[in-house]
Design a protein around this ligand. Structure first.
Ligand code: NAD
Ligand code: DAU
Length: 358
């Protein structure tokens, strides 16, 4: 049985990936989820899998090299899928330090531990060991011209402390590939949306606010463009890269689904109106009048757009969920998980929200 070490598995994409993997492989794999449970990590995301014999949770900080090394010594790890990171751009603008610590130093700890566990005395590696570093399209910077795209060969040009920390971690992984022939891949994915996304990010924040008749904050002119991908398509891509990708390669992941932020907000409002049943009091609250233009994000990247040609040609991956379908599935999930939203928005979230949007 193949053993996966997943870091950050209690977060948004990590938990969706774990669900995807158990749906696909069931008892053929074991997953060890290493997560220190920051504000973004939530074990409620994993309730359905927590009692499985082939699932284990370790509350460990990836910067704790002793604890990480111990996990590698006590288990024969075959695959590492490294999600754990500080992931929110706005938080990185206010407090960059923790982004460097977790995203850069934490990645170094993971690389060193995997290398120590997998390397043979002659400098080669035990067979069939693979490390996948989950990264972002934000490392490429901002596309100002229509019709241009991020390719794997696009120069790295990060602007926020978040993207700079992710670019640094990408470079570290690349250096291990180039220097030690370390068996790794890097994936750079566009904006994800779907179940379990923390409501500091645009889509869940707008859904949550609109349902409560709260203002919908739009940064700047609302015309910044992001390339949206349903999270399950990302989970599938990660699995396919580990199975079929060429070792040492970088793969871009994205769905050719560019939309301005204001378009996204309008689609959400229209979909909410369409999905809420007649007589539901929230139907009265959901309105375009809630849209409120606020101060722009500092250093706000204008446009992201991924060219997913390489992953499609080499691996056969393509996005399966159209945005119209994905957003309905996402909203339906939030309707069915009101308690999840209530729980994550209690406590610290309120403080963050007041401070961020004051
Ligand atoms: P998230 O913030 O929802 O989850 C991050 C998880 O990492 C949380 O469970 C948190 O507790 C854990 N974590 C943070 N610091 C840790 C530490 N020091 N030790 C152990 N665990 C720690 O993030 P996400 O949106 O799921 O993103 C996951 C990964 O995917 C990140 O590496 C991010 O850069 C990348 N990514 C995200 C997107 C996106 O749209 N969300 C797109 C492309 C790439
Ligand atoms: O592109 C991939 C990246 O996507 C990931 O690497 C990051 O981890 C993830 O957080 C996401 O970054 P963004 O900054 O693009 O996502 P966010 O949801 O924060 O913002 C999306 C866009 O919406 C962005 O242009 C800023 C804008 N925005 C965001 C918020 C939270 C608003 O206009 N209002 C808001 O309140």
């Amino acid at each position: 049985m193949r053993t996966y070490l997943v870091t950050g598995g209690a977060g948004f994409i990590g938990s969706n990936y774990i669900h995807y993997m158990f749906r696909k492989y069931d008892n053929e794999i074991k997953i060890i989820n290493v997560d220190c449970l920051t504000y973004a990590g939530n074990l409620e995301n994993l309730k359905e899998v927590e009692n499985r014999d082939n699932y284990e949770f370790c509350k460990v900080d990836i910067c704790d090299s002793e604890a990480i090394n111990r996990i590698f010594q006590e288990n024969e790890i075959d695959r590492v899928v490294h999600f754990a990171a500080e992931s929110h751009v706005d938080r990185s603008i206010k407090n960059p330090d923790v982004f460097i610590k977790t995203n850069v130093l934490g990645t170094l700890v993971m690389l060193n531990a995997a290398k120590a566990a997998w390397e043979l005395p002659d400098g080669t590696y035990k067979p069939d060991k693979k490390f996948l570093h989950v990264s972002t399209d934000e490392v490429y910077g901002s596309l100002e011209e229509e019709g241009t795209f991020f390719y794997e060969t696009t120069p790295i040009d990060p602007h926020s402390p978040y993207s700079a920390s992710k670019a640094s971690s990408d470079m570290l992984v690349k250096s291990y590939i180039d220097t030690y022939h370390f068996p790794a891949n890097i994936t750079n994915c566009s904006n994800n949306y779907g179940p379990y996304q923390f409501p500091e990010k645009l889509i869940p924040l707008i859904i949550n606010n609109a349902l409560q008749g709260k203002k919908l904050p739009v940064y700047g002119d609302g015309k910044n463009v992001r390339d949206w991908l349903y999270v399950e398509d990302h989970a599938k891509a990660i699995d396919m890269v580990q199975e079929k990708g060429r070792i040492g390669q970088r793969y871009n992941i994205g769905g050719h689904n560019e939309k301005q932020n204001i378009e996204i907000i309008n689609i959400i409002l229209e979909t909410l109106q369409d999905m809420l049943p007649e007589g539901d009091p929230r139907k009265e609250l959901v309105s375009k009048d809630l849209i409120t233009y606020v101060e722009d994000r500092k250093g706000h990247d204008r446009r992201y757009a991924i060219a997913p040609d390489k992953i499609r040609k080499e691996i056969g991956w393509y996005p399966e969920t159209m945005f119209k379908e994905g957003i309905r599935k996402t909203i339906a999930w939030f309707f069915e998980h009101e308690d999840w939203m209530k729980n994550v928005t209690s406590g610290d979230y309120q403080k963050y929200y007041e401070e961020m949007y004051k």
